[in-house]
Design a protein around this ligand. Structure first.
Ligand code: NAX
Length: 324
C-alpha cells in the first residue's frame, strides 16, 4: 500500500469539518488505494465534541483511515502533514463588523503559520476560515513554508456561480468552463462571466441577457452565503466542505486542458494587483505548483468590480499590518 497522506484539519469539531473529515477518511478524496492519517485540531472547549467525531470515525470502519489524532496544540497537529485545511476560526457574531472579525481571527493564524513550519516539505495549506484571504496572508507571513504552498478558498463561490450559469443556460455544470472569481471571498468578489465559456463558446453568446448577468448573477453569487444562512439558520457547511476538498484536489492534479480552477494565492503583481496580497485568480497546475492564467481582459464594467474588491483587500491588509 502507498504511504499514508497526512492531513490536518483545524476547527475539526465544527460544521464544515464534520462534512470534510468523513470524505477524507472514506477514500473519496485521495482514492481507495491511498491510506489517510488525520490530525484534528480544536480549542480546549471543543475537545469533547471532537471526541464524538472520532468515535463516529471509528464506527465507520473506513479501510483507508490508518490513524487519527486529536489535539489542541497546533505544533502537534501540523507535524509532518502533507495537507492542512485551516477551517477553524470564530464565526462573525451579532453586530460584528468585518474588521472586528479580522482582528479576532487574525491572531489564530499567526500561531498556526508558525506551527506549519513542522509540516512536510510538500505541504499544501488551504485557508477556509474567514476572512480567508487575509487569514491566509497572516499565516503565510508568519511561516517559513514556501509562499506558493498557501492558498485561500474561492471554490465555493466558483461552484455557486457555475451552477447558476448552467441553470440559466439550461446546460449541465460540466458545460461551463473558464470561470474566474476575482479577488476576495466576500460580497465584493467579482464572478467573471465575461471570460467564461459554455460548451467552448463565449458565455455571453449563449446567455445574451446582459442585464441578468450584471444585475442578478453577480449580486446573487456575492450574497449567496447570506441567503443560505437565512434559510438554514447557520452558514453553508456541506457545500463549504466539498469546495475545500475540490480546492485541495485541484492543487494536486493536472488541470483539464483549456480550463482553469480558482483559488486565492499570493499576487506578484498579476493584473495590476499589489504584490503581496492574497487575491482570487484563475490558476493552472504547473509541475508540482501552480501558475496564474494571464492575458484575460475585462470590460470597463468588469474592471470597476475588480478594482473595488482589490481596494477591499488593501484595506483588510491595513487592518492586520501588525500581524504580518
Ligand atoms: P463552526 O463554528 O461550526 O466551526 C468552527 C470551529 O473552529 C469550532 O469548532 C471552533 O471551536 C473551532 N476553532 C475556533 N478557533 C480555533 C483555533 N484557534 N484552532 C482550531 N479550531 C478553532 O464554523 P464552520 O461552519 O465550520 O465554518 C468555519 C469557517 O469557515 C468560518 O470562518 C466560516 O466563515 C468559514 N467559511 C468559509 C468559506 C469560504 O468560502 N472561504 C465558506 C464556508 C464558511 O462560511
Amino acid at each position: 500500500m502507498a504511504e499514508p497522506i497526512r492531513v490536518a484539519v483545524t476547527g475539526a469539531a465544527g460544521q464544515i469539518a464534520y462534512s470534510a473529515i468523513f470524505r477524507l477518511a472514506s477514500g473519496a478524496v485521495f482514492g481507495p488505494d491511498r491510506p489517510v492519517h488525520l490530525s484534528l485540531l480544536e480549542i480546549p472547549p471543543a475537545m469533547k465534541v471532537l471526541e464524538s467525531v472520532v468515535m463516529e470515525l471509528d464506527d465507520c470502519a473506513f479501510p483507508t483511515l490508518v490513524g487519527v489524532e486529536m489535539t489542541d496544540q497546533a505544533n502537534q497537529a501540523f507535524d509532518g502533514v502533507n495537507a492542512a485545511l485551516l477551517i477553524g476560526s470564530r464565526p462573525r457574531g451579532p453586530g460584528m463588523e468585518r474588521a472586528d472579525l479580522i482582528r479576532v481571527n487574525g491572531p489564530i493564524f499567526v500561531g498556526q503559520g508558525q506551527a506549519l513550519n513542522r509540516a512536510a516539505a510538500d505541504v499544501r495549506v488551504v485557508v477556509v476560515g474567514n476572512p480567508c484571504n487575509t487569514n491566509c496572508l497572516i499565516a503565510m507571513s508568519n511561516s517559513d513554508v514556501p509562499k506558493d504552498r498557501f492558498s485561500a478558498m474561492m471554490r465555493l463561490d466558483y461552484n455557486r456561480a457555475k451552477t447558476m450559469l448552467a441553470k440559466k443556460a439550461g446546460v449541465p455544470v460540466t458545460a461551463v468552463t473558464n470561470l474566474a472569481i476575482w479577488g476576495n471571498h466576500s460580497n465584493n468578489q467579482y464572478p467573471d462571466f465575461e471570460n467564461a465559456r459554455i460548451h467552448g463558446q463565449p458565455l455571453t453568446n449563449v446567455i445574451t441577457d446582459q442585464n441578468w448577468l450584471q444585475e442578478t448573477f453577480v449580486p446573487d453569487v456575492q450574497t449567496r452565503g447570506a441567503v443560505v444562512i437565512k434559510a438554514r439558520g447557520s452558514s453553508s457547511a456541506a457545500s463549504g466542505a466539498i469546495a475545500a476538498l475540490d480546492h485541495l484536489l485541484s492543487l494536486r492534479q493536472p488541470t483539464p486542458e483549456g480550463d482553469w480552477f480558482v483559488a486565492a494565492v499570493l499576487s506578484t503583481g498579476e493584473y495590476g494587483v499589489d504584490p503581496g496580497l492574497i487575491f482570487g485568480y484563475p490558476l493552472r497546475v504547473k509541475g508540482d505548483g501552480w501558475e496564474i492564467v494571464e492575458g484575460l481582459t475585462l470590460s470597463d464594467w468588469g474592471q470597476v468590480k475588480f478594482n473595488k474588491v482589490l481596494d477591499e483587500l488593501r484595506q483588510e491588509r491595513e487592518v492586520v499590518k501588525d500581524l504580518l
